[in-house]
Design a protein around this ligand. Structure first.
Ligand code: AKB
Length: 328
């Protein structure tokens, strides 16, 4: 590619990220800024995040259910793409079902409407493995199968997927979506999810040498290292629209493991690490989800492939947590 074309591509999009201070939003913002330039990626959240992050580029305070403020910011920066990362995750949503439904659904409907009204061109909206339920096949869960989620979060994500498909079919809205597994990262911790144990465990292994897990030792769930999740997100957004054949949401997978398996991997680096198990209400949520996801559609349609397995992810997590603690 000629350098001038490359510059044109980098300048072409002006992006708004709603929920930019969250676990995925933070790293997504940083990656998109490397591609599009800091000034073309507007971070926003309902409150300020880390000072260093907020000062890296444009930042706006936005409640993702406040249409007027969202539209004002879209007009102010001439936004072309919105990444709607604000959501209430599975465990918190079980505690606040009405609030979870309102946040997860209203924010999506606002953005879909703004796209229908041509205020923006492209939307990214994350779905989750939570769209599946106890009756879905647990192993190699297909793209299309019985769903019937039993959590509020899963219900909101499944309904959201169908709204995305509806707006695409009826109004030609270019909305793209991935069903994220549990995402493992060290820069920003997740909050309120059932898969959060797989992040906490690394921090506790380093800080205390022990961890009490809120899921049982054999609970296998689909997971993914953050770099792979960010790569997949950017890849689906950069794909040719005609390659996006699924307009609900794509199954996305990398690794699957149990608390016992991640513990063995951590013990290779921290031999004295100890885990105990005290399953709580999140066990029921985990039991309702798949164990291994079949993401062959994403691999075929837009060439998705993951990089990190449990071994390489564990090395990266421990190395990065240790060095970030040393620099504090
Ligand atoms: C959660 O645990 O709620 C999320 C998810 C799998 O969507 N990490």
């Amino acid at each position: 590619m000629q350098q001038s074309e490359n510059i044109y591509l980098q300048m072409a999009e002006t992006i708004l990220i709603l929920g930019a201070c969250g676990q995925i939003g933070t790293e997504l913002t940083q990656s998109l800024r490397l591609i599009h330039g800091n000034e073309n990626v507007i971070a926003s959240d309902i409150r300020y995040g880390e000072d260093s992050f907020v000062k890296e580029g444009p930042f706006e305070i936005i409640d993702a259910t406040d249409r007027d403020t969202i539209l004002a910011v879209i007009k102010k920066y001439e936004i072309t793409q919105v990444y709607l990362m604000a959501a209430m995750l599975s465990a918190t949503a079980e505690k606040y079902p009405q609030k979870a439904w309102e946040l997860n659904m209203n924010s999506l409907l606002i953005i879909l409407e703004l796209a229908r009204e041509k205020h923006i061109q492209t939307i990214y909206w994350p779905s989750s493995i939570a769209v599946f339920g106890p009756a879905s096949p647990k192993i190699n869960t297909p793209q299309d199968t019985i769903m019937n989620p039993t959590t509020v979060y899963g219900m909101s994500k499944l309904a959201g997927e169908h709204w995305c498909n509806y707006y695409h079919e009826k109004f030609g809205v270019d909305v793209r979506s991935l069903r994220y597994p549990g995402i493992i990262s060290w820069k920003t911790k997740p909050g309120g999810g059932t898969t959060d144990y797989a992040v906490d465990i690394y921090f506790k292994a380093i800080e205390d040498g022990k961890y009490e897990c809120f899921l049982g030792k054999d609970t296998q769930l689909p997971m993914m290292y953050m770099k792979d999740a960010i790569d997949a997100t950017i890849q689906i957004m950069e794909a040719n629209p005609s390659d996006i054949k699924v307009r609900t949401s794509y199954n996305l997978a990398a690794i699957s493991f149990t608390p016992e398996q991640i513990t063995s991997e951590i013990k290779k680096h921290i031999s004295e690490f100890e885990i105990t198990y005290a399953p709580d209400f999140r066990q029921d949520i985990a039991n309702s989800w798949p164990q291994i996801i079949d993401d062959s559609k994403a691999r075929t349609d837009w060439n998705w492939s993951h990089e990190f397995d449990l071994e390489s992810m564990t090395k990266e997590m421990l190395k990065n947590i240790q060095s970030s603690m040393m620099s504090m």
